[in-house]
Design a protein around this ligand. Structure first.
Ligand SMILES: Cc1ncc(COP(=O)(O)O)c(CNc2conc2O)c1O
Length: 377
C-alpha cells in the first residue's frame, strides 16, 4: 500500500530494480532465462510492483516460496511462468495446476500422492514440476542420482497429470571465496543430470551469487534474487563484478524534540542516562516495523548528521541523541543517503549481527511503500 498517512515509509527505487535486472539480462546468454526471485514480498520491496518492473526489464518468469505468493501474482495478471521453490502441500496441487503454477518435487512420496490427488481431474491442465536435487544444500530434494532418475521416470509416465518442466539444485556456498563445497555440489549436480531419461526445459542452479561469480553456470535459467534489489549476495566478502543499485531506502521524521539533562534516563528499563544536557529526538519507528531492538546504539541521519539511538528500541518509537535542536518535522534517514553520508542496509545488518536479506525481509507491512517511477528505455 502507498498510504501517505505515516511519516515513516520505505522508498523503492524502481529504476534501480529495472537497471539491475536489465543489466543481468543483457549479460546472460540468450539461451538462459532470468527468473526474478520475488518471494517474501519481494524481499520486503513489494511483490506485485517488483514483479512488474522485473518483467519490464526482461525477466521471463518468477520464483516464489509459497503457492499463496504465486496466486497473488496471478491475481495481479502476471501470466508468466511462476515456480514455487519450497514444498507445497499435495492438497493444493489442483489449484497450482489450474493456475499454471509450477511446483517443486522434493521426494517420491509427494509425487505418488500428487498423482493420486490429481487422478481423474481431467479438466485440469497437467501440473508442471521441477525436481529438486539436493547436492549439498541439505534442505530439500533428492540426494541420489537413482532417486532422481526414478522420479523423472514417474513424471514422464504420467503425461496426462504432470509436465517434467525442470530440475534444479541450490548452492550453499556460492557467496563464499572457498570453492570446495561449491565444486562438490556442481559435480554432484552434473552426475545427477547425467542419469535423467530426458532433459526438461529448465535446468537451473544459479542464485545471484552463482550468476555474478560463476556466470558459466547460467544453464537454461537463473533464479535472480538479492542482486535484483541491488544488494551484494556476499555482503562485503566478494566485490560485485558490476555495479548493483540498491533499491530500498527507509525514511521518517522527528515528531518530538526535547532537551534532557545530566541524570535524566531514556526508554524502557531506563537503560540510558544522559551524562549532560543533550537534545533528544523521538522518531515513529520501532521493532514492530522490523527496526529491531538490537539496533539500539546504531545511528540515523538527520541533516546529514549521525544521531545514535539511545535507550531501548520501543515497539513503535525510537529516541536519538542529536548534536543540535533539529526541529520537529526534520527528515530522518534510517537507510539511505543524507547529504555527504549514507547508511546502507548492509551497515544496518552488520550492526544488528545479521545479513541484509533478513533486514529487508523483516521490514513490516505496516511500513507504507512509496515507489519511485522507472523509465523502461
Ligand atoms: C532455491 C532458491 N533459489 C534462488 C534463491 C535466490 O537467492 P538470492 O536471493 O541469493 O539470489 C533462493 C533464495 N533463498 C534464500 C535467501 O536467503 N535465505 C534463503 O532461503 C532460493 O532459496
Amino acid at each position: 500500500q502507498t498510504s501517505y498517512l505515516r511519516p515513516t515509509y520505505l522508498e523503492i527505487d524502481q529504476q534501480a530494480i529495472y537497471d539491475n535486472v536489465h543489466h543481468e539480462r543483457e549479460r546472460l546468454p540468450q539461451s538462459s532465462q532470468l527468473f526474478a526471485v520475488v518471494k517474501a514480498d519481494a524481499y520486503g520491496h513489494g511483490l506485485v510492483p517488483v514483479a512488474r518492473v522485473c518483467r519490464a526489464a526482461g525477466a521471463s518468469g518468477f520464483c516464489v516460496a509459497t503457492l499463496d505468493e504465486a496466486l497473488v501474482l496471478r491475481e495481479a495478471q502476471i501470466v508468466e511462468p511462476i515456480l514455487v521453490l519450497g514444498v507445497t502441500s499435495v492438497t493444493t496441487a489442483a489449484i497450482a495446476a489450474s493456475q499454471h503454477i509450477s511446483l517443486t518435487v522434493a521426494d517420491r512420496d509427494w509425487l505418488a500422492a500428487a498423482a493420486q490427488t490429481l487422478a481423474g481431474k481431467n479438466n485440469l491442465p497437467p501440473l508442471a514440476l521441477h525436481l529438486a536435487a539436493d547436492t549439498g544444500m541439505g534442505r530439500i530434494g533428492f540426494t541420489e542420482p537413482a532417486e532422481l532418475q526414478k522420479a523423472a521416470a514417474f513424471v514422464l509416465d504420467h503425461p496426462e497429470t504432470f509436465v517434467f518442466e525442470g530440475v534444479f539444485t541450490h548452492f550453499a556456498t556460492a557467496d563464499q571465496t572457498d570453492l570446495t563445497h561449491f565444486q562438490q555440489q556442481q559435480a554432484k549436480f552434473k552426475q545427477m543430470l547425467a542419469v535423467l531419461p530426458e532433459k526438461p526445459r529448465y535446468i537451473h542452479c544459479a542464485n545471484s551469487a552463482t550468476s555474478l561469480w560463476h556466470a558459466e553456470l547460467a544453464m537454461n535459467m537463473i533464479r535472480f534474487g538479492i542482486a535484483l534489489y541491488g544488494l551484494n549476495p556476499s555482503g562485503t566478502v566478494i566485490p560485485a563484478p558490476y555495479p548493483l543499485k540498491p533499491a530500498l531506502a527507509l525514511y521518517s521524521e522527528l515528531v518530538f524534540v526535547k532537551e534532557i539533562h545530566a541524570g535524566d534516563t531514556v526508554g524502557y528499563g531506563a537503560t540510558y542516562t544522559a551524562p549532560a544536557t543533550e537534545w533528544l529526538g523521538t522518531i515513529p519507528i520501532g521493532y514492530a516495523d522490523g527496526w529491531l531492538r538490537r539496533m539500539s546504539g546504531m545511528a540515523v541521519l538527520i541533516e546529514g548528521q549521525r544521531c545514535p539511538i539511545v535507550g531501548r528500541v520501543c515497539m513503535d518509537q525510537i529516541m536519538v541523541k542529536m548534536p543540535a535542536k533539529f526541529p520537529v518535522g526534520s527528515k530522518v534517514t534510517l537507510i539511505g543517503r543524507d547529504g555527504a553520508d549514507e547508511i546502507t542496509i548492509q551497515e544496518v545488518a552488520t550492526y544488528a549481527q545479521t545479513i541484509h536479506y533478513e533486514i529487508a525481509c523483516g521490514l513490516d507491512n505496516r511500513l507504507p511503500r512509496h515507489y519511485l517511477p522507472f523509465d523502461p528505455d
